[in-house]
Design a protein around this ligand. Sequence first.
Ligand SMILES: [Mn+2]
Length: 438
Amino acid sequence: MEVFQRRREKLAHFIKGSAMVLTHYPKAWRNHDVDHPFRQDSSIYYLSGYEEAESIFIFRPGHSPESVLFVQPKDEVAEMWEGRRLGPEKAKELYQVDACYPITELEDHLSELLLPVDKVYYEFHKNPEFDKLLLQALEDGRRSRGRTGLGIPPILDAKEMIGEMRLYKDAEEIEVMATAARISAEAHREAMKFVSPGVNERQVCAVLEFVFKMRGADRIGYNPIVATGDNATVLHYNSNNQECKEFDLLLIDSGCEYRYYTADITRTFPVSGTFTSAQKDFYDAVLNAQKAVLEVCKPGTLFKDLHEISKKHLSQSIHDLGLIKESADTILNEELYKKYFPHGTGHWLGLDVHDVGAYLVDGESRPLEENMYFTVEPGLYVPQDDSTAPEQFRGMGVRIEDNILITSDGYKNLTETVPKEVKEIEDLMQQESLLTKI
Ligand SMILES: [Mn+2]
């Protein structure tokens, strides 16, 4: 609770006199009689620690009550079917907020809570029903002021403000992030040991999830991509149901979520356990680009420069591998590389896999600073049916992704224990996985 309190105090400096209103996502995951597991909204969790469904958190620094939580009311029948609820009294005590009401009374309080604030920080379109309630409450407030000529307060995007805080990870976050990274790394190593010709992508998925859960992760951080051969050239492939063939590469993009923080690791390795010489050339092109990017990860480097370096290295490799005949400069300057490297080099990481936080400040790329956390993930993808590429590289997709924390004088790679050198991968794949015995 101390940690959440401290975060609220920090936010209070930025938004004194205003209100930040945070909503849960609506319970849209109900499919017939199946409720998909609920996960609290990242920002509600970040500022309050509260974990139950159907909640609204309003933070009004400089006003009283300052922190207000709306929660599901006690309900014997609902609790018997769907799970226990704390209810307002217990929630208020446990989460140390100034006021706590049942969410059924939201409309009775909302207008009054928003009446005295200078600005409202809110994220539209997350919960369309609540969007309407909020606007109505603001309009009711305006009317209640009578003929004063005053309008509704300005509404600013909460995501931008909270993103500015969540971008800099605090000590507690770094500890939890490191655990998420460590568990995810172990799962990737286990998957490398497990894979051999004939296993199915879905079995590899099961290995990943087994290690995640056995090591204490709460859930998968996102749907894993386990893509063998040509499937790896489909960036968001998620069928995960094909057999791994002996001479194919396998790309795994997977990370667990541990206490709300996600890791996001990608590795690519040969199903057989040994890279062919074409696979090795193709793979090393991506690996060298990734290493070149890591080299400049330190305070002061512009975020966009990470992508500049990837683009430059991969353009050279696209030329050297003969994927495109033009010169490396032409491939770079005319953006021909986009045919084989169509995505960015990385993204902020944290409570969300694509975490909040602005990439630009005043229209310029943001310099890296201590305690920022992001992925570095260059890739090259040549679809099987690409008749212009040399035949030996068709049906290859390689991405290598690590999770990087900026320190005072450089960076820490929290996912470095998953091998990525050709020799290290081949050595690890020689080891037997305990899970192959099942
Ligand atoms: Mn990623």
